[in-house]
Design a binder for this molecule. Sequence first.
Ligand SMILES: [Zn+2]
Length: 477
Amino acid sequence: MRAIHLLFSLIIFILFAFSNISFADSGGPLKPEQAAYDVTYYYLDLSIDPETQTINGSLLCQVTIINPIDVLLLDLDDVFLVTNVDISINNSDFQQTSYSHENELLEINIPEDVDTDDMISCKIYYNGAPRISQGPPWDAGFVWDTTSDGQHWLAVVCQFQGGDIWWPCKDHPSDEPDSMHISLRVPNPLVCVSNGQYLGFVDNGDNTSSYNWFVSVPINNYNVTFYAADFLLIEDEYESTIGNEIPFRFWVLPEDYETAVNYMDVFQQEFDFLEEIYGPLPFGTDKQGWAHAPYLGMEHQSIIAYGHDFTTNSWGYDYIHLHELAHEWWGNLLTAKNWADIWIHEGIATYTEALYVEYLSGMETYFNFMRLHYPGPQMNPLAPYEDMTASDAFDLLEPYNRGACTMHALRYHLGDEQFFEVLKRWAYLDPDDFGNEDGRQCRLVDTEDLKIQAELVTGVDLAPFWSVFLEKLAIHN
Ligand SMILES: [Zn+2]
């Protein structure tokens, strides 16, 4: 999300200082028990009841063992009651197994010895009242909102605390499933929208319907999301710069349908600009989706949250839309494997805004934009090369403007030709391979990876630049 995060962090901090609610923050040092396995697949199957503000269902998790373990350790908020866990090893029949759930950790007993490359599937049944966000999108939790005519308008956000605030997962940015199935049951007439491809809905005959979605590519856990309302759908097909057809889908509240239809030109222009400078939309098979959200915005993969009232700013663009859409490349295609590298997401997304301002209004306006985003002296390195949790990284590093200014400096260090080539190669490593259909371009990276890739593209030794702007020196003058 966006730079006003700091102000909201302060508000949230004050709220929670008085409410004494504990948080399980995403990331930090990877626990050895979680380094010992690789998640390959999640299947989330939930009923969402806005009347009782509860959820009820199951999560199937498939992992490959890297180092032998006797316990499968997942994260899950303590507000939930886990009622049963079934386990299967190497596709054997599922059997019930024991578990413990405390301190926001779910420890599942593996009943027999497992070795490297063994596969474990676990099905966890749970229910409860998820925490409620005190200030979406910055504060993690459910949003149980209503529209102007009193209809339910539901959503969830969890960037800093991670997916474990609503489903059991390995809450660390260094691991993503290869794919994910999401099935969500909501009361009629709500339409429930999520990440990935729409597989259809089933009317359950009890005044609820289940909406099914399949994410065919890797996805980070805080991007897994849903929106439910009495949505109308705006549909289009877009021919990507590499020729494949991408479904454009915008689920919008009925009262704003006409406004949204007319506003699609703004989305389209910003989308075209991003494909031009970074390569094709990375998730061409799934979709380019937007959902009308009861909060400002968030970069939820293939279903961007949009709640910015269809407004452009004085620079002439919709900063929420452009920023969140830029995260499809910087955050979702390329994902920082450690929150300490969050400038890769937020710095480049913010710098994308500068590039768009330049595209719209020229270099002088670009320079004005950069001057206004100068971050001032800082006490911490932008990329500290250490393990950090999400909240620490956002609060201590100020990745938005510092990241953008570092990109600005790198541009003038390398010159335009090499700099823009580096951006393209960071997004798509192989200049002859812009495949965006099967997720093969999705990568987990850190600051050092980007340095090495930039050096390969340019032939320039970037160690001095990295040392000054990213790794060591804290003060930017
Ligand atoms: Zn952002």
